[in-house]
Write a protein that binds this ligand. Structure first.
Ligand code: PLP
Length: 477
């Protein structure tokens, strides 16, 4: 333990102290126009070592998957093998210039092509585009594709997208951005899509359905084939939100159950460090119905030569150059490391781990839809009067765990959405379970401990609304 308060770099500033020594100027000096200089900027004057210590100390306050466990539901915060990073950092990839011709970029395009082929096999798709930069971006691309399809068939009036009420917020947002209207389909008592309400909405204005399977409740949608048929019979198309593919890789090919277009979050399922808006890829895969509409260009191969080609009815480009190429290298490395058998084990272990935690916690933390879960499950934190999910989440920080996703999905009150992923050991899962059970006891014996948590962090309980509305991002002495 550090008994001295940590010195803040700003407070160590000393006039004239510098961290660099530059040689004298050997060109004529040109004064900078004073209109460009901000005199009110009170920059600290520091030596290099002080600055290094300041930033290293800040970095140690970071929470990361490389330091601690992250049961963050819906985000698939799994461990990202370091081999991926080594592959992505190979000088040939890192130094490739985006404007180099296809002929001089054969290796990069071959990697894109091979990754497309792998993802086609995993999803059962006819075509795959690696352009979109995130899941939400893939959704937007997919909805543009559905819209383009209906326009091509002379149906401009098909503007209604059906979205289950358990959906991620990006689903209605993407549909609205693409100019469609959204209609919410409620969940039935089992947590699945309410089939009667779905049938009632399947009229001649339906563009399609946007469905997440397994849902954000961590439940497999058992009616998925019936749902797809119902929407297809109404001449609509089926968009699959594939953010939860961690439960299904190598086990179920989404195209086989009637999905026309789907995104996979390569940064989630196929292991790229993400969070805080970091680089991602929301690959879109399409069945035969929409294969020609995918965003392009996509990689093609002919007689051992690789090129980037625009599909015939493509919605066009939605990202510059090859998209987030380093993410593609990581995903390809990861898939090749695991192989087909490894992908099956990935899904099996993700599902096993979630069911293990659920089985040990559900007597204390009620689960609204108690069916066997897939790779995640949603418990509730209000098992005792006066205690809320937020209190449990904050107290977990004191035990060294990142809180699960809370208050989502919206249809479960006081939701605690737990996704362990396949990469954690039984010991880590047990430690997390013990902490959760201990917190449940504290909730009864000493509720103030939870109300005031976290206790061991540089800042305690924040007023989250004020912090979001009026963030204080700069040092204020
Ligand atoms: C993460 C997620 C998304 C959005 O993906 P991003 O890559 O964050 O844009 C969409 N749907 C579900 C179910 C998700 O978990």
């Amino acid at each position: 333990m550090n008994l001295r308060p940590e010195p803040l770099a700003y407070e160590l500033s000393s006039p004239g102290r510098v961290g660099v020594s530059l040689p004298g100027c050997d060109v004529p000096e040109t004064p900078v126009p004073s209109s460009l200089l901000r005199v009110e900027l009170d920059l600290p004057e520091l030596d290099e070592l002080t600055v290094v210590r300041h930033f290293t100390r800040l970095s140690q306050k970071n929470y990361s998957i490389d330091t601690q466990y992250y049961p963050l539901g819906s985000c698939t915060m799994k461990y990202n093998p370091k081999a991926n990073e080594a592959a992505a950092a190979l000088p040939g990839w890192r130094g490739a210039h985006p404007l180099v011709s296809d002929a001089h970029n054969q290796g990069a395009i071959e990697l894109i092509y091979r990754l497309q082929e792998s993802l086609k096999a995993i999803g059962g798709f006819k075509t795959v585009s690696l352009q979109p930069a995130a899941g939400a971006h893939g959704e937007l691309a997919g909805v543009f594709m559905i819209r383009a399809y209906h326009l091509a068939y002379g149906n401009p009036g098909r503007v209604k997208m059906l979205i289950p009420d358990s959906a991620h917020g990006t689903n209605p947002a993407s549909c609205t951005m693409a100019g469609l209207t959204t209609v919410t389909i409620p969940s039935d008592a089992e947590g699945g899509v309410d089939m009667e309400r779905l049938a009632a909405e399947c009229d001649d204005t339906v563009a399609g359905i946007m469905i997440t399977n397994p849902s954000t409740l961590g439940l497999f949608e058992r009616n998925i084939e019936k749902i797809a048929k119902m929407v297809h019979d109404a001449s609509g198309l089926v968009y699959g939100d594939g953010a939860n593919m961690n439960a299904l890789t190598g086990v179920l090919r989404p195209a086989d159950v009637g999905i026309d277009v789907m995104h996979f979050n390569l940064h989630k399922t196929f292991s790229t460090p993400h969070g805080g808006g970091g680089p991602g890829v929301g690959m879109v895969g399409a069945a035969a119905s929409l294969a020609e509409y995918v965003p392009g260009p996509i990689a093609a191969e002919k007689n051992g030569k690789y090129s980037m080609e625009m599909p015939s009815k493509s919605i066009g480009r939605i990202k510059a150059f090859y998209g987030n190429f380093a993410v593609l290298v990581r995903a390809y490395t990861y898939i090749r490391m695991l192989g087909a058998d490894g992908l099956v084990r990935l899904a099996e272990n993700a599902v096993l781990n979630a069911n293990y935690i659920k089985a040990r916690l559900e007597k204390v933390y009620p689960v609204k839809y108690p069916r066997r879960c897939m790779h995640e499950f949603v418990a509730m934190g209000n098992f005792i009067d006066g205690i809320h999910t937020l209190d449990i989440a904050k107290r977990l920080i004191d035990y060294g765990f990142h809180p699960p996703t809370i208050y989502f999905p919206l249809i479960v009150p006081e939701a605690l959405m737990i996704e362990p992923t396949e990469t954690e050991s039984k010991e880590t899962l047990d430690a997390f379970i013990e902490a959760m059970l201990k917190i449940a006891e504290e909730a009864k014996s000493n509720p103030e401990l939870l109300h005031d948590a976290p206790h061991g962090t540089p800042v305690g309980r924040l007023d989250e609304v004020a912090a979001a509305r009026n963030p204080v991002l700069c040092y204020r002495g």
